[in-house]
Ligand binder design. Sequence first.
Ligand SMILES: Cc1cc2nc3c(=O)[nH]c(=O)nc-3n(C[C@H](O)[C@H](O)[C@H](O)COP(=O)(O)OP(=O)(O)OC[C@H]3O[C@@H](n4cnc5c(N)ncnc54)[C@H](O)[C@@H]3O)c2cc1C
Length: 291
Amino acid sequence: MIPAAFDYACPTSVEEAVRLLAEYGEEAKVLAGGQSLLPMLRRRAARPRLVIDVNRVQRLRGVREEADSLVIGAMTTHHDVIHDALVRRHAPLLASATETVGDPAVRHRGTVGGSAAHADPAGDLPPVMLALNAGMVAEGPRGRRTIPAAEFFVDRLVTALEADELLVGIRVPKPAEGWGFHYEKFQPSAQAPTLVGVAVAVRRESGSIAEARIGLANMGATPLRAAAAEAALAGADATEEAVARAAGAAAEGTSPMSCGGTPSEYRAHLARVLTRRAVLRAVRSTGRNAV
Ligand SMILES: Cc1cc2nc3c(=O)[nH]c(=O)nc-3n(C[C@H](O)[C@H](O)[C@H](O)COP(=O)(O)OP(=O)(O)OC[C@H]3O[C@@H](n4cnc5c(N)ncnc54)[C@H](O)[C@@H]3O)c2cc1C
């Protein structure tokens, strides 16, 4: 299909993009990699009066290191995230989950900020942002603010960004010693959307798991924390049996949809299986007396 007609702007600064967003409000759409927006325009699921292409805003690209965190520019492509030395060192979960996104063409165009702002419940990166306790950095006419990932994903394709705010970056805290990470997902075929994804961060203290953060993709309208499994893991032995028991609670409090021939019970089953697998691999990645 051919998109409905729209005006096009190509600002070179955040300030100019924000000014256009403030002027057009809900009638504007930001264009990042276009991997999700262009199909929506073609299906006329989005009919903006103005498309604001932010590809020429250099400030939105690249990864910056601060004392206790990394700030990843919203327009940093999946490809660049995967190959960035700082991301691989301080946010290996983000790098490895991004490796599973789409195909090379999608990863060369698609961006980390576009994936967050699109807020697709099947997206692989939003649950990673939950597991990493990331902060979403937004700029608008009232200045800059950081929205915790836990408050950023409001509903299916809806975020806490105001209509006049641009997502400028994602702040990922650097992990302390003892943390391990893993991302597991299940998709029926290479190009199919993720049926369920599980992003895990665990902190190990000698023979036990001190703390766990688990983000789930496609287990509700937004990415969710597997709160019951996290609680069961806190203080549990780092053994296969204890992890399997805790993972049994992975679907508690979630609301997976039945759609596309996939019953919600099957998604719940996948959440338990993938959580068990991901937690064990995250624990093993801490490298001490592997279970
Ligand atoms: C064939 C194919 C396979 C894919 N497979 C996967 C997959 O396996 N896993 C996965 O997670 N994703 C997958 N995707 C989606 C891909 O990751 C997209 O890159 C991503 O969803 C959107 O990023 P984008 O940069 O292309 O954003 P765009 O499509 O340009 O924008 C998406 C939405 O975010 C808004 N937006 C973008 N940037 C900003 C910003 N800085 N501030 C405010 N709003 C903004 C746009 O207005 C739009 O509403 C796939 C896409 C395709 C086409």
